[in-house]
Design a protein around this ligand. Structure first.
Ligand SMILES: C[S@@+](CC[C@H](N)C(=O)[O-])C[C@H]1O[C@@H](n2cnc3c(N)ncnc32)[C@H](O)[C@@H]1O
Length: 243
């Protein structure tokens, strides 16, 4: 996958060079092409932003340097052009998976008050928000987007089962996990995990995932088809809650 990023702060993307993502970039499973918006300024002052028409707070990224930078990317490598914005559609597991199947995407990381609306209407295919809060720049949202979609690219995570078992992949949150020591400040690892009975451990994990989802994100349960056993467990949990 080829990912173009248009940004005023290319250095922030050095963070991509770590962990499994860094390894995927080294192997060229993912190719990152960063364009510094400053290189596409339109006047001798290197200006890429200006005051908003009609007055008001802050500065707005100008459409012309953005257009110029976009045109510097060969047409066949441009792919879907995404603007990161708190006004976009919320990023989800499903959306990250969908984007991972594309061969090229181009991400615009905004700053200040955002970018000229005419650039959005003429060039942007999709606007994505990473949550209902405001960041000072799209770079941090871009990092989250790239990290989340890269997990679905074959080969990025060595163990495919680990991705399949992550929270949200089957519609539920994952249950708790433990590692050594068995006793941490007198709190013990659940005995079942030490039993060596793989079937029972699997059942326990499935139940824990359901319990955790019920307790923390009950709305997720509406989107999945529950087995009879799961329905029964939920009824028990719900009645305990009422009592
Ligand atoms: C301070 S924000 C601009 C917010 C804009 N004035 C508004 O009210 O919609 C600057 C940049 O940060 C990025 N950004 C801020 N919050 C974001 C979010 N929740 N998701 C994605 N990008 C975000 C966008 O690229 C945005 O252009």
């Amino acid at each position: 996958m080829k990912i173009n990023i248009i940004t005023l702060f290319p250095e922030i993307f050095e963070a991509l060079n770590y962990g499994v993502l860094g390894q995927a970039i080294d192997r060229e499973d993912i190719q990152i092409n960063i364009l510094n918006l400053r290189d596409y300024h339109m006047n001798k002052h290197g200006q890429v932003d200006d005051k908003p028409y009609g007055g008001g707070e802050g500065m707005v990224l100008m459409a012309e340097p953005l257009e110029k930078s976009l045109k510097d990317i060969p047409d066949d490598l441009l792919g879907r052009v995404i603007n990161l914005s708190p006004q976009g559609k919320l990023l989800s597991h499903k959306k990250a998976k969908e984007l991972s199947s594309l061969t090229c995407i181009t991400i615009i990381a905004g700053r200040y008050e955002g970018i000229d609306e005419r650039f959005i209407s003429q060039y942007i295919h999709e606007e994505i928000s990473i949550g209902d809060f405001i960041l000072s720049g799209g770079e941090f949202a871009a990092l989250a987007l790239i990290d989340s979609l890269s997990r679905f690219i074959p080969g990025v995570i060595g163990n495919v089962r680990s991705v399949e078992q992550d929270s949200l992949s089957q519609g539920l949150l994952k249950g708790p996990v433990f590692t050594r020591p068995e006793n941490f400040n007198t709190e013990l690892v659940p005995e079942i995990l030490l039993s060596g009975d793989h079937q029972k451990i699997e059942e326990w994990r499935e139940n824990q995932a359901l319990i955790r989802t019920f307790e923390r994100r009950p709305e997720l349960l509406q989107n999945i088809k529950l087995t009879k056993k799961q329905k029964k467990l939920l009824e028990d949990l719900a009645s305990k809650r009422i009592l």
